[in-house]
Design a protein around this ligand. Structure first.
Ligand code: G1P
Length: 279
């Protein structure tokens, strides 16, 4: 049973400057709720109650968000504002939170390795909170992936098709199709130019990783951008065993940039906020 979900949240959020100069990008609100809260809700829905976060300098508000603010609670007790805190109170009650810091920014692979003491020797999920994933029709994306893991017991990456000219923004996979929505990965490249991309199937920020990934990351040299890439480590894992890529059901918004952020805001305003789901 997977219980742990890791949120690498040490990045600078440079695509959203100056908003992210003194505030973590994971705290950017989509309507009235920060991105990180959507991510933790998705984890809890999937039964992942042990939340780990890799933070960094200037990211303390993430920890404060998942804690009780006694002054605030006192202020709004028995007022109509209490409804706004129902969601976050539930997360605080039902999940545990553990934090560690990434002291140097050496890439997503390195951030994940930094969390090894929090994760230990068990399979775990990874959520990049600026990829907001929503599925109005049924199971959330992590729930879908946990179900697949229980069947296949190997690392899984979430994928979606992207236009060829956008492959340079993503890890891109190629593989053998074993079901109409599942590929067994045999190639994986971090942020390739369109002409070097093995397909148009892009990795989005949801992973399930088996714990042998930690030793693989330790042996993974810096790749694209001089950073230790999880994509490179997963490629090695795929060569020696099995990594699956899963075309998830639902919608994904790239909230690390203005366009996806605005789309997500409009979507959540229409589907949640206007419908009275304010927490
Ligand atoms: C990271 C990964 C990349 C993946 C992307 C999904 O890149 O390195 O493989 O496709 O997340 O959002 P980043 O967006 O952090 O540069």
């Amino acid at each position: 049973m997977i219980k742990k979900c890791l949120f690498p949240a040490a990045g600078y959020g440079t695509r959203f400057l100056p908003a992210t100069k003194a505030m973590p990008k994971e705290m950017l609100p989509i309507v009235n709720k920060p991105l990180i809260q959507y991510g933790v809700e998705e984890a809890l829905e999937a039964g992942l109650t042990e939340i780990s976060m890799v933070t960094g300098r200037g990211k303390r508000s993430l920890e404060d968000h998942f804690d009780i603010s006694y002054e605030l609670e006192q202020q709004i007790r028995d007022t109509d504002k209490e409804k706004y805190l129902t969601g976050i109170r539930r997360l605080i009650n039902e999940c545990t939170f553990a934090y560690t810091r990434q002291v140097e920014m050496k890439g997503l692979g390195h951030a994940i390795l930094t969390a090894q003491p929090l994760i230990g020797d068990e399979a775990f999920a990874v959520v990049l909170a600026d990829d907001l994933c929503l599925n109005l029709e049924g199971d959330g994306v992590l729930t879908q992936m946990v179900k697949l893991y229980n069947q296949f017991r190997c690392s899984i990456v979430a994928i979606q098709e992207v236009p060829a000219e956008e492959t340079h923004k993503y890890g891109v996979i190629a593989g053998e199709m074993i079901r109409d929505d599942i590929y067994r990965v045999n190639s994986m490249v971090e942020k390739p130019k369109p002409e070097d991309a093995p397909s148009n199937l892009a990795i989005i920020g949801r992973y399930i990783l088996t714990p042998d990934i930690f030793d693989i990351i330790k042996d993974t040299p810096p790749g694209k951008g001089g950073e230790i890439q999880i994509t490179d480590a997963l490629m090695k894992q795929a060569q020696n065993g099995c990594v699956l890529a899963y075309k998830f059901k639902g919608q994904r918004f790239d909230c690390g940039g203005a366009e996806g952020y605005i789309d997500a805001t409009n979507f959540c305003f229409e589907n949640f906020y206007k419908a009275g789901k304010v927490s």
